[in-house]
Design a protein. Sequence first.
Length: 586
Amino acid sequence: MVWQRQVPAVGSRGNVIMVKRQKILLVNPACLDHRIFGEDAGIVPLGLYYMGALLIENAFETKILNLASIKDDPVSVFKNLVATEQPDVIGFSVTNPNRWNAMECAVAARHILPDATIVFGGPTPTFLADHLLTACPDIDFIVTGEGEITFLELVTTLETSRTGPFDQIDGLVFKNGTTRFKTLPRKPVETLDSLVHPSLYFTYQHLAMSRGCPGKCTFCGSPKFWGDKTVRFHSPQWFADEIQRLAEKGVTHFYISDDTFTMDKQRVMAFCSRIIKKKLSITWNAISRVDYIDADLLLAMRKAGCIQLSFGVESGSEKIRKRLGKPLDPDKIIQAFSLTASHGILPRAYFIYGSPGETHATIQASLDLMADIKPLSAIFYLLVIFPGTHLYRSAVQKGLVNDDFWHQKVEDLPWFEVDEDLDFSHVKAFGDRLRSEFYHTLDTAARQISLVDIKELYPYHADFLSRLALTFSHGEYAADPRVKNQDKTARWLFDKALSYAPDARAFLGLGMLHQKQRQFDKAILILEQGLSHWPENKDLSVCMGVSLMNTGRFKPALTFFEKFRDFPEISHYMHICHENIARTTP
């Protein structure tokens, strides 16, 4: 990227002069703890893309650096880039898990570029501004809450003067010598469509149609961060255009990260209608609540490409759900999971353990609820508390913790550490029990899927079943020894998929299962059926070629490989075929 840009400006005498705009580096720091699973930890926050797009629209040379995707030494990568590119302003998007890397990089940046302006923004700076300014004196400014307009005003002011005035910029915390200043809170952007489309300048998969959440979950800081009690939305047209632009760049799957995507039913229905009319070949996941879905909505979402919907169940105990701010009706929870699965959308459950009042009895209640809802995917979280949440404020008020806790080199604060009735061994046992039961009963849950009999959904049903089957045969569930009857369940799901409609993935999956069992003639037969529908399908062709090779038919195998000879992974198979053909040719 070429950082320097000269832009025209009007001088005091009306003459056109050239202004050298500042170079802005936006950074997503690395988390403190290594992630074994969970690709979300390496994703650039959507807010950085919004901010970057707004800066670029205002002629600032802007670059985003994702340190979270770097495995070895993110600080060294950061130092090298800063030394090479010499940015004027460095903005960090900071959360509790990545705050230590952000502070280490800030110290390094100050050493390399003493005159650079260092800015922290995001959830943790919003809720722990005083702590961070003490812990990291190299921070010049903290942007609180929604940051696009505040940051733009800040860097614009810095262009003309390094001394401000900054007290006229809402949403800032900064220091002048030993004195700290906190300006008025920034009013939220009322019309989200007025923001610049990040998709004009960046390519990404995680996106959101709304900001804010009316929920009162005691473990979540989202409502307090966004600073209002109402939810603001992009229009369906704006959001559909964003996805179309990203799809044209080659993105085929999206993660919609709204706290409750389906809150405004008519807005979601309008969005789905636009996606369907655009005929975009995409899939997407979203997050919802069990009391914000119905059959009409699920039908529209499935036809628009939704393949997974996550629900915060949290606990099977009514008492615990109330303490977590989720007083959900258990009947609605059960109905939501059944209805979602019946429309060919994989329902995923979020469970929390180690909550206030957690006991063996409340864990059993979660196990009982899990048996009723039969989730096809589940994530089990140990309850941790962060600044900005009701549970953290409550712990501070009771004297159980204070902000000095965050001087420790830790990502989070598990609730059990401030709860005298809980300890690590018991809480770990709770999590192990939940996970074990989920995986041990997963094959049964998969076989009990009941799909709605709507003919226009038959191809979608086939797609849903074959996707799920592949996780049992060659995906996440295939690799987990806790899951029982993997191949048997996969075969059942693949066959059931084909009972609804021809599906390339189902034919491929059955072919691979036969290969795994050395039943190559059976694999060839099922793959022939698949290729009769999709003769140019690469995966089916390669699988067929491999099956033919294993039966000694190298010449026919070669014909399937040659169609895809430009793919590097095919050359190995072609070499084997040529060698064997030459060996048997007189």
